[in-house]
Design a protein around this ligand. Structure first.
Ligand SMILES: NC(=O)c1ccc[n+]([C@@H]2O[C@H](COP(=O)([O-])OP(=O)(O)OC[C@H]3O[C@@H](n4cnc5c(N)ncnc54)[C@H](O)[C@@H]3O)[C@@H](O)[C@H]2O)c1
Length: 337
């Protein structure tokens, strides 16, 4: 698969291009960035031609797929440009500025029969796959609660697109919350149906929220909550994911992020009769560890295999639209931001 890159400087250079290069069936053929110095530096680094205009690149270079790693406000137009050139697209999360725009984009790709994959790579983490397997085999009994906490330290930075509503579409919720929603829905294999939440600017005074917390209820009635923050130091963050059920629990620590790291603790402790003693140490937990495989490469490989199969798959792209609906609803509830 021959790849072109739109938005070469950030996550593309750090994670996506290295992921493409590690995949035996993929090859990088050109990069494009709006900033000429970035385009040139990245192009030279990987030994491929560089451009500053996406249409220029796509009309001069032969490629099968386009990876888009630009700020959110660019996603819709650039994905549509790539589609007009007949390309399959791997688009970074979140899909677009809101659910309506996201839905439109997915429909256009489906109509054209081109693959559209959104960069929610955390579901390929071996410990998240393990957590899903435990849920599916009934290892937690009837799941009743799901939680995710994801934070990073993101102080005011002059010119940062993520700190402007018109460029990023929102703050911590749009940037980190979307990962949590997508991952929880993957693990539970069902969607969030109802949410109630708060957004705040507790620490920083930029335009978008620096923290958000919400409670939810899924289709089958699982309750849960998500906390996302731009204002907790990286070293102080637990970034935890927890699932509880009638027979046990799964707790993942250090698994939410860009690497396949962390530990999953699984406790199987079904309990028959009520016990007033409430013995909390009766069962022995088991631990599983991250395998340190490149998550971006895994997602690139799945994307390529889907394209090669000739049967485009829109399940997760549609799920990503539903994720945006949850975010839209929470922003509506907090309209003052
Ligand atoms: N899946 C993940 O793990 C992950 C991690 C980080 C970022 N992201 C997503 O990736 C996207 C980019 O985030 P980032 O952190 O890399 O941002 P960034 O600002 O660090 O990098 C974006 C790059 O795009 C370039 N750019 C800006 N406008 C452009 C345009 N109109 N055309 C072409 N290039 C343009 C910039 O010059 C820069 O090189 C966002 O959607 C973000 O949410 C995903």
């Amino acid at each position: 698969m021959k790849w072109c890159i739109i938005g070469a400087g950030g996550i593309a250079d750090r994670r996506a291009i290295p992921g493409i290069l590690k995949d035996d069936g993929s090859r990088l053929v050109a990069v494009m960035d709006r900033i000429v110095e970035t385009a040139e530096t990245v192009g030279r680094k990987y030994g491929v031609p560089y451009f500053t205009d996406e249409a220029d690149m796509l009309s001069s270079v032969d490629c099968d797929a386009v990876y888009i790693g630009t700020p959110v406000f660019c996603h819709y137009e650039q994905a549509m440009t790539a589609l007009r050139f007949g390309k399959h697209v791997f688009l970074e999360k979140p899909v677009a500025m809101n659910a309506e725009q996201s839905d439109l984009l997915v429909r256009e790709f489906e109509k054209a029969g081109k693959q559209l994959t959104i960069g929610y790579m955390m579901k390929y983490h071996n410990l998240h796959e393990k957590a899903k397997e435990l849920v599916q085999m009934g290892g937690l009994g009837k799941v009743c609660e799901a939680r995710a906490q994801f934070t990073c330290w993101y102080p005011e930075i002059a010119g940062a697109w993520r700190q402007k509503k018109a460029l990023g579409g929102g703050g911590a919720l749009m940037d980190l919350g979307v990962h949590c929603i997508e991952l929880l829905e993957f693990l539970l294999d069902e969607e969030i149906q109802e949410v109630k939440g708060f957004c705040a600017n507790r620490t920083f005074s930029y335009e978008v929220e620096d923290g958000a917390v919400f409670a939810f209820r899924t289709e089958s009635g699982i309750l849960g909550h998500v906390d996302v923050h731009f204002n907790v130091p990286d070293a102080a963050s637990e970034s935890k994911l927890e699932l509880y059920g009638s027979s046990g629990c799964v707790i993942c620590k250090g698994t939410l992020g860009q690497e396949e790291t962390g530990v999953l603790t699984y406790l199987y402790a079904p309990q028959g009769e009520y016990s007033a003693q409430q013995n909390r140490t009766a069962a022995k937990p088991r631990e599983y560890y991250g395998e340190n495989v490149d998550l971006y490469c895994k997602q690139i490989q799945r994307f390529r295999e889907t394209v090669e199969s000739g049967a485009p798959d829109y399940f997760y792209a549609k799920r990503a639209v539903q994720v945006q609906k949850v975010v839209d609803e929470l922003y509506k509830q907090n309209e003052k931001i």
